[in-house]
Design a protein around this ligand. Structure first.
Ligand SMILES: [Zn+2]
Length: 264
């Protein structure tokens, strides 16, 4: 099939695709135009663990056109308690490949590309630049800070999620809006490097809740539906099943986003 023919076919949704996405399209607020925007969109999801598995699966099922799945790690037995795309049979396999296998069975309409090397520096920025939204599903502060820097640099919106023990949080940073804070405004250089699931533990459904919220926020950015949680930090407490919301503001001294804004 020529590229031109393929792209023409992707522009128009077949009856089968209209049926596939019908329960979404029938919402008056989420019509065919939103679905087509979602289908034309590219999401880079970094980290195919507890957050990345549900984020990737929901974005694929909902019809995000292209998914760039990044993880250099391999599936381990201790992951299976919460990283729901992986299976016993795929222990030892690369996590991005494992999720790609699930998505191929879930929705063949989605183009999937796996990025199996550690993303950092120029390579990270280059992949961020290809995306319409970045979904940060990583589990450590320094990687999150690097992803934020690449998103500020390229202007690509960032959906950030995190979960440990029985707590989760999510926020959206949209650098196309002049008043959006960035991840560094929130945490500065004081992010706690030690707070990862492998060291502190995690209640399985909590990563599912936060990862699914990340898929929702990315879907909103890609489709134009609803109002993404820009400038808001939502925190979830599983003990009491309660959400809290905090307003976020730009740090006027932020060395990441404020320096970038002064350059432009
Ligand atoms: Zn900032």
């Amino acid at each position: 099939m020529s590229d031109q023919l393929e792209s023409t076919q992707r522009e128009q949704m077949s009856d089968e695709l209209l049926l596939r996405y019908s329960r979404q399209i029938m919402m008056p607020e989420f019509d065919v135009a939103c679905q087509e925007k979602l289908r034309a969109g590219t999401a880079l999801i970094v980290g195919m663990g507890g957050l990345g598995c549900p984020a990737a699966m929901y974005l694929a099922a909902a019809g995000c056109g292209t998914l760039l799945l990044a993880d250099f790690d391999e599936v381990d037995l201790s992951n299976l308690q919460r990283q729901i795309a992986h299976t016993q049979a795929r222990i030892g396999q690369n996590k991005a490949e494992s999720v790609a296998a699930v998505i191929a069975g879930l929705n063949p309409d989605v183009r999937v590309e796996t990025l199996k090397h550690r993303l950092e520096g120029d390579a990270l920025t280059a992949q961020v630049r290809r995306a319409d939204v970045v979904v940060d599903c990583t589990d450590n502060f320094s990687t999150r800070d690097s992803i934020n820097q690449a998103c500020v640099e390229t202007g690509v919106p960032l959906v950030s999620g995190a979960a440990i023990r029985a707590e989760g949080q999510i926020s959206v940073f949209d650098f196309r809006q002049t008043d959006s804070p960035c991840y560094h405004c929130l945490y500065g250089t004081f992010g706690n490097e030690d707070l990862t699931c492998s060291q502190t533990g995690i209640l399985a459904p909590v990563v599912g809740i936060i990862g699914t919220m990340q898929a929702l926020e990315a879907l909103k950015i890609l489709s134009g539906y609803g109002q993404p949680a820009v400038g808001r930090l939502l925190t979830f407490d599983a003990d009491s099943s309660s959400w809290r919301e905090f307003r976020l503001r730009q740090d006027p001294e932020c060395p990441v986003c404020q320096v970038k804004r002064q350059e432009t």
